[in-house]
Design a protein around this ligand. Structure first.
Ligand code: C5P
Length: 211
C-alpha cells in the first residue's frame, strides 16, 4: 500500500528572519510513518521543520516550510496514495506580505495583517477518489467530539483522530498521547494515554483491518 503522511508545523514568513509557527514537533506523524514502514508499506513523508531524523526506508521524504509548499507537495503526491494521514499542524494564517528586508523596530505598535492559508485537508478531501482512505487529526481544547465529527464531515475524511490539547502529559511535544478515533460510518475507538509510537501502530491497525 502507498501511504502518504504529513507532519510537523509550517512556517509563515514575516521577513527574512522571522516567521509565525506553532508548537508541533512532528512526533505523532513520524511515529505513524515508522509504524507504516514496519508493516511493509511504501511511505512518503511530507514534513515541516522538525528536529527529528527522517525514518529509515521512506520511499520519499519531502521537506517543506510553508503551508503553500505543504499544499503543493501533498497535491502532487496524492494521486498515487492509497492511505493519506494528515498529521501536520498547518498554520491557518500567514502574513499578507513578507517583507524582503528585515523589519526595523520603531517606537509604537506594529500591526501584522494576516490572511488565511489553504486548508490542505479540505482540498484533498475534494480530490479524494474511490478507494483512497483519508485520515485527519483534530486537536481541540473544547467540545472535542462535536468539533471532530464536524471536521470529518466538512473535510470528507474517512477517519478522524481527536485529541484534547492543553492537558498535561499528552499532545503537542509530548512522547505520549491519548486519542479517540472516529470512523465516518459511526464507529469509535478510545485509545488510552500511551507512547505515540504504540498509539501509531494501533491507529493503523484499526484503520487498515476494520473489524
Ligand atoms: O480545522 P483544523 O485545523 O482543526 O483541522 C485539523 C485537520 O485539518 C488536520 O488533519 C490538519 O492536518 C488539517 N489541516 C490542513 N490544512 C490547514 C489546516 C488544517 O490540512 N490549513
Amino acid at each position: 500500500m502507498n501511504v502518504l503522511i504529513n507532519a510537523g508545523p509550517t512556517r509563515e514568513s514575516i521577513d527574512p528572519v522571522r516567521f509565525i509557527s506553532n508548537r508541533s514537533t512532528g512526533k505523532m506523524g513520524y511515529a505513524i510513518a515508522e509504524a507504516a514502514l514496519k508493516l511493509g508499506h511504501a511511505v512518503t513523508l511530507v514534513s515541516g521543520p522538525v528536529s527529528l531524523a527522517a525514518p529509515e526506508g521512506l520511499a520519499r521524504f519531502v521537506r517543506i516550510e510553508s503551508a503553500a509548499e505543504m499544499a503543493e507537495a501533498m497535491k502532487q503526491a496524492m494521486p498515487g496514495a492509497d492511505l493519506i494521514v494528515l498529521c501536520a499542524a498547518v498554520a491557518d494564517y500567514r502574513p499578507v506580505v513578507c517583507s524582503s528586508s528585515k523589519i526595523k523596530k520603531g517606537e509604537g505598535r506594529l500591526i501584522l495583517e494576516l490572511e488565511r492559508t489553504e486548508d490542505i485537508a479540505l482540498s484533498l478531501g475534494k480530490r479524494k477518489r474511490a478507494g483512497q482512505i483519508l485520515v485527519g487529526f483534530a486537536a481541540e481544547t473544547d467540545d472535542l467530539e462535536s468539533n471532530a465529527l464536524r471536521k470529518m464531515r466538512e473535510k470528507n475524511f474517512d477517519w478522524i483522530a481527536a485529541n484534547e490539547v492543553g492537558k498535561p502529559g499528552r499532545g503537542f511535544a509530548s512522547d505520549n498521547n491519548a486519542l479517540t478515533l472516529y470512523a465516518a460510518d459511526g464507529r469509535r475507538f478510545n485509545l488510552e494515554l500511551k507512547p505515540k509510537k504504540v498509539l501509531a501502530g494501533e491507529l493503523l491497525s484499526l484503520i487498515l483491518n476494520p473489524l
